[in-house]
Unconditional design. Structure first.
Ligand code: PLP
Length: 409
């Protein structure tokens, strides 16, 4: 391990939860695809907000409300800078990736997609980027089309080019697959989609903490992500949307904050981004997300990506030596996810036996049942890495896996 890699794994010290024993063994947390742990600075920021500044935003004339509003809007600027959006107006706070995608399906979808139109997704989507489109199709008579994948878990690019047509009204693609780890070639896909006049929504839930994202450079129309997968709080997320698109979209939910004037003779709506933020928002969550972004930016996404790539290499090589282990998802370009099955062992049993040795992984269908169907499996075990993992975690995982298999086989 090089010195710079070593210094990245030192950030582990910032995560109090990682310092505990679970079932009598030091915790090895490899459930980062499901949710990430929180550094002390995020925990402190949430506590300080409730201890010192708690008030509603955008409405109070008093000092606490001004402080809460400044911190809330300050976090919006941090998000804007983090993904290089052109304006704060393009940053909508939501409950998470799922909520962001539902916002687009509901608002953009109903205004722009109808009978005979097509929405294009990939075969490796999370349910969050399938079901909202299926619901929209049911209501409008549009059709959902699916770009197939190969046995390595990569998109069939030629099929994508065949499927996109004048009927396509939206391309909705996952940036990084949570079930396979595949990084999709979104830049090339966006170029082709735009050549066909098709806007693109990217589900960035698994990418945002692992790959640096520049929405302007990539020319992304909508980008959705969750705070809890990037070391921030749960219940907070972001929808980035190009201002022109958001401006033209009708509101998603009605209520306080999203209006300009309300009267029984008619209501006018607020400007962006507030038009899409009805009701009291998750103020603490937003401010906590801002702290997580500061923290991540200080380490540097490119440093994180290089280190995690190294860790995934080590993990993959060691896992491949285990007799009967089959990796689900062997794309050329992957982030830090190892999805696998072992002959003669059920994924859930592997998960439980590892837990008894203090190792947390995810076992199941990963909310990606169509991916499971494609590989003719019901579930897989998944170890997913973050920058606070290290080679010691990998050795513990591999030796615990070997001892579990001795019991299972
Ligand atoms: N998309 C992907 C690729 C995911 O991995 C997840 C969560 O696992 C989601 C969407 C949904 O995220 P959330 O549950 O935070 O809304």
């Amino acid at each position: 391990m090089t010195n710079s890699f070593k210094s990245i794994s030192q950030f582990r010290q910032d995560f109090p939860i990682l310092k505990q024993d679970v079932n009598g063994k030091p915790l090895v947390y490899l459930g980062n695809g499901a949710t990430t742990q929180k550094p002390q600075i995020v925990i402190d920021t949430l506590r300080e907000y409730y201890e010192q500044d708690n008030a509603n935003v955008h409405r109070g004339v008093h000092t606490l409300s001004a402080r809460a509003t400044d911190a809330y809007e300050g976090a919006r600027t941090k998000v804007k800078n983090f993904i290089n959006a052109a304006s704060e107006k393009e940053i909508i706070f939501t409950r998470g990736t799922t909520d962001s995608i539902n916002l687009v399906a509901s608002s953009y979808g109903h205004a722009n997609i109808g009978q005979g139109d097509e929405i294009l997704v990939t075969a490796m989507e999370h349910h969050s980027n399938i079901v909202p489109w299926q619901m929209l199709c049911q209501r409008t008579g549009a059709t959902l089309k699916v770009i197939p994948i190969n046995q390595r878990g990569e998109l069939l690019f030629d099929e994508f080019k065949q499927l996109i047509s004048e009927r396509t009204k939206l391309l909705a693609i996952v940036h990084v697959s949570n079930a396979l780890g595949t990084i999709n070639p979104i830049e090339e896909m966006i170029t082709i989609a735009h050549q066909n006049g098709v806007p693109v929504l990217v589900d960035g839930a698994q990418a945002i903490a692992h790959i640096s994202v520049d929405v302007q450079k990539l020319d992304i129309d909508f980008y959705a992500f969750s705070g809890h997968k990037m070391f921030g709080p749960t219940g907070i997320g972001v929808l980035y949307g190009k201002q022109a698109l958001l401006d033209a979209m009708p509101p998603y939910q009605g209520g306080g904050d999203m209006i300009s004037v309300v009267s029984f003779s008619g209501t006018t709506y607020n400007d962006l981004p507030y038009k899409f933020e009805a009701g009291t928002p998750n103020i603490a969550g937003v401010i906590g997300l801002g702290a997580a972004i500061d923290y991540l930016s200080a380490i540097g996404l490119d440093n994180i990506a290089a280190y995690e790539h190294h860790l995934l290499d080590v993990l993959t090589k060691q896992a491949q030596n285990i007799d009967g282990l089959r990796i689900i998802g062997q794309a050329e370009h992957k982030t830090s996810i190892l999805s696998f099955l072992i002959d003669g062992a059920h994924a859930a049993d592997i998960g439980e036996l590892l837990d008894q040795q203090g190792i947390a992984i995810r076992a199941g269908h990963h909310c990606a049942m169509p991916v499971m169907e494609f590989f003719h499996i019901n579930a897989s075990a998944r170890a997913s890495l973050a920058f606070y993992n290290n080679e010691e975690d990998i050795s513990r995982f591999i030796s615990a896996l070997n001892s579990s298999l001795a019991l299972l086989r």
